[in-house]
Design a protein around this ligand. Structure first.
Ligand SMILES: [Zn+2]
Length: 392
């Protein structure tokens, strides 16, 4: 039997489904960030059972590897999930062809697929000229400090890392780029007073009006900028400024508002500069109290990079469909790698359309498919020639 078929046979959905279910049942909700210790322990137990090497923790991050190296392909994903809409979501269940539960799509199924993919690649002798490093982090959903930023502060990724894959729920496409985010809360102060004695107060909401007008001007100009990266529909190409996602002022209709606060969410295209765009917003908000909620750069890896081409070829081989390369509408952890010149791509078994929702699920057939794709991609990256179905 050739390597490709042996891999497909070996990577049965069953073991990946079982591990996904075990992980889904640990409610690693973020915010606030619960059960991280328990999930890290469960991952370490699985990695130990599958005989990975160099299994260790850096804080709450879990790291392990397979293969002698030195060239290293990182398989990295997050084990935190967004809060559940109902507690049943932490009781995983198989219904028909799908596995339901919080994190089934985003992205505990992806972690399970990556673990089994790395073990299978090692056991099939595909990692003789390289190493897969598994890196599992918490805190991704809120861009918190305990995940990848913690590893970066400890000197990660090392000089031998030549690529990174993450199993975000891409729904069949490859994300090779992502937008950056500048998210702020701005507050103006005034002075509360009874409506009948308005002259004694300072209306914070009215003070905000010229600032809103200024922001609306910036928004008009921002929306004229379109990314050249691939994202559908065409309207999604425009750069983004969301004004007033959350607005609060005053206490009642008959009281002069003593404070007014509002949020801004600026999502920058890969062509835009984080510092330039941030400065521009702050100038418009001069004199206000500012709370920074997110400050993250955009990132991109060229679709024609060798790792991207190998990934795309193996997706086509396993699924029968050529994947498109697209811009991810949200933040991606690939940014930490791309910013350091390491090619980084997202491709996972889940679906973005159901992620974060009350009926999150993953199609079970995608699990073994993805695992095979990850194994074949690592094998081919470390070899000179493509690994084809005809290889013995
Ligand atoms: Zn995710």
């Amino acid at each position: 039997m050739d390597t490709y078929r042996r891999l497909l046979t070996r990577l049965s959905a069953e073991s990946i489904v079982e591990l996904t279910k075990a992980l889904v049942s640990i409610p690693t909700e973020n915010p606030p960030g619960t059960y991280y210790e328990e999930c890290a322990a469960a991952l370490i137990a699985e990695l130990t059972a599958l005989r990975f090497e160099d299994i260790h923790r850096e804080g709450l991050c879990v790291i392990a590897s397979a293969g002698p190296g030195p060239r290293t392909l990182v398989f990295s994903g997050h084990y935190d999930v967004v809060p559940a809409q109902n507690r049943d979501q932490f009781t995983p269940r198989v219904e028909g062809a799908n596995l339901f539960g919080r994190g089934s799509s985003d992205m505990k199924s992806g972690l399970a697929a990556m673990i089994h993919a790395a073990a299978a690649a090692r056991d099939e002798g595909l990692l003789e000229h390289g190493r897969i490093q598994l890196v599992f982090v918490p805190d991704e959903e809120t861009a918190g400090p305990q995940g990848t930023p913690h590893l970066i502060s400890r000197g990660f990724p090392g000089k031998d890392v030549i690529g990174m894959l993450t199993p975000e729920p891409t729904g069949g496409v490859i994300w090779n780029s992502n937008r950056g985010a500048i998210s702020l809360r701005a507050t103006l102060r005034g002075k509360a007073a009874h409506v009948g004695r308005q002259f004694e107060g300072i209306n914070a909401f009215e003070r905000a009006l010229p600032i809103f007008a200024r922001l609306a001007e910036i928004k008009k100009e921002v929306e004229l900028r379109e990314t050249t990266y691939n994202i559908a529909p065409v309207a999604a190409r425009k750069s983004i400024l969301l004004i007033g996602g959350r607005v609060e002022a005053g206490t009642n209709f008959n009281v002069v508002p003593g404070a007014c606060s509002f949020t801004l969410d600026r999502r920058i295209n890969p062509e835009e500069d984080l510092q330039v765009e941030s400065r521009r917003l702050l100038e418009a908000l001069d004199g206000l109290e500012i709370e920074t909620l997110q400050h993250e750069p955009a990132a991109a890896t060229r679709a024609d990079h060798r790792l991207g081409q190998i990934l795309a070829r193996n997706i086509a081989l396993v699924t029968g469909r050529d994947p498109a390369f697209e811009l991810c509408p949200g933040l991606l952890e690939t940014r930490f790698y791309a910013a350091r010149g390491i090619p980084a791509f997202a491709y996972g078994p889940g679906l973005l359309t159901v992620s974060h929702g009350p009926n999150e699920f993953v199609p079970i057939r995608n699990l073994a498919h993805c695992a095979a794709i990850y194994s074949l991609t690592a094998a081919e990256l470390f070899r000179a020639a493509p690994l084809r179905a005809v290889d013995g």
